[in-house]
Design a protein around this ligand. Structure first.
Ligand code: PAF
Length: 308
C-alpha cells in the first residue's frame, strides 16, 4: 500500500495515476480537512475528464504506514509528520516531494537515514476545487535516496508500471534537487508576484526581469560547478513552455492565502549564495518584492483570523 500524505495538487495527481495503474494507494489527509464522499475529478492533459473513488485515511488513524509519499508543502512538513508519527515504524520509508532543499533534517527525526528518499517532480497540476484536479503539464519524477545508490524494490515496481508519470532513478539525487530548486526559484516567485500562469512569464512586460534572474542563476550554477549550468537558460525556458498552462505551486499558495515555500526555495538559495559570497542583486530584489507584496505578518494574521 502506498500512502500519499497531503491531498494537494501533486498528492492528487499521484493518487489518480497510481489508482489508474492498479496500485493500492490511499491519501492521508488532516483530521480537520473536509472532503466529501463524492468521487475525485481528474482533467487529463488532453482535457478528458474522468473520476476516481480515491481511498483516504486521516492523520489520527492507527494503521501503520510503510511507504509514504510525502506531498505536503515544505512549511507543513514538520507538523504533518508529527501528526502521523504514531503510525511510522522501523520499516517505514518516506519519499519527500517538497520543493526546496534541506528537508532531510526534519525527516531524520521520524525514520532512519536509509529510509529517506527524495523525489524531484516537474509535472504541473493545480486544483480547481478541493476534489477536482487539472493536470496541466507533463514532466517527470526523479527519485533518489539520502544514503543508498541502488533503487529499492518499490521503486522498480513503480518505474515498470504504466503510470504515465515518467519515473526515473538517480544514483546521485543532489544535482537534480539543485536543478529543480533553481528552476523553482525563478518561476515560482515571479508567477506569484505577477499573478500569472507559468507561460505568461515570457510576455514582454516580464521578460527583462525573467532573463536577468535566469542569467544570475546560471552564473551561480556555474560557480557551484553543476554540469547543467550552461544549459540552465534553455532548461528554465523549456519548463516554462512545457508547463505554460499551469499555475505554479507558489501562485496557488498566495491566491489561497496559504504559507508559501519561499523560505525553502529562495531563502535556501540566498543562504547558499551568501555563504559562497556570490553577488545576487536580482535574487535579493525578487525576495524583497515578494515580501513587500506578501508580508509574512500580514499572511500570519490572515491565517489566524481564518481559523476563528
Ligand atoms: O512548483 C511548481 O509549480 C512546479 O515545480 C513547476 C515545475 C514550476 C511547474 O509549475
Amino acid at each position: 500500500m502506498i500512502s500519499i500524505l497531503g491531498a494537494g495538487a501533486i498528492g492528487q495527481l499521484l493518487a489518480h495515476k497510481l489508482t489508474d495503474a492498479s496500485f493500492e494507494c490511499q491519501l492521508i489527509v488532516s483530521d480537520t480537512d473536509k472532503y466529501s464522499s463524492e468521487d475525485w475529478q481528474f482533467c487529463d492533459l488532453d482535457k478528458n475528464i474522468s473520476s476516481n473513488q480515491l481511498q483516504s485515511s486521516v492523520y489520527s488513524d492507527t494503521s501503520p504506514l510503510e511507504l509514504v509519499f510525502v506531498c505536503v508543502k515544505a512549511p507543513q512538513l514538520q507538523s504533518a509528520l508529527d501528526s502521523i508519527s504514531h503510525r511510522l515504524g522501523d520499516n517505514s520509508q518516506l519519499v519527500l516531494f517538497q520543493n526546496g532543499m534541506g528537508h532531510e533534517v526534519i525527516a531524520k527525526h521520524f525514520v532512519a537515514d536509509q529510509n529517506i528518499f527524495f523525489a524531484s517532480n516537474t509535472h504541473g497540476a493545480y486544483r480547481k476545487s478541493s476534489q477536482s484536479l487539472v493536470y496541466a503539464g507533463k514532466g517527470q519524477i526523479t527519485v533518489g535516496a539520502l544514503t543508498q545508490q541502488s533503487s529499492p524494490q518499490w521503486f522498480n515496481q513503480l518505474a515498470q508500471a504504466n503510470t504515465g508519470l515518467a519515473i526515473e532513478w538517480a544514483s546521485d539525487i543532489q544535482p537534480i534537487l539543485w536543478r529543480k530548486l533553481l528552476i523553482n526559484a525563478v518561476i515560482n516567485p515571479l508567477t506569484a508576484i505577477h499573478r500569472c500562469k507559468n507561460g505568461e512569464l515570457i510576455k514582454e512586460q516580464y521578460q527583462s526581469q525573467l532573463l536577468a534572474l535566469i542569467d544570475e542563476t546560471r552564473r551561480f550554477a556555474k560557480e557551484m560547478k553543476f554540469g547543467f549550468a550552461e544549459d540552465l537558460k534553455a532548461i528554465i525556458l523549456d519548463v516554462i513552455k512545457q508547463t505554460a498552462d499551469n499555475y505554479s505551486s507558489m501562485y496557488q499558495d498566495v491566491v489561497a492565502e496559504r504559507t508559501t515555500e519561499i523560505d525553502a526555495i529562495n531563502g535556501y538559495l540566498l543562504d547558499q549564495m551568501e555563504s559562497k559570497q556570490f553577488h545576487a542583486p536580482h535574487h535579493w530584489a525578487l525576495w524583497s518584492q515578494f515580501h513587500v507584496q506578501y508580508p509574512p505578518l500580514k499572511r500570519l494574521a490572515e491565517e489566524n483570523s481564518k481559523s476563528f
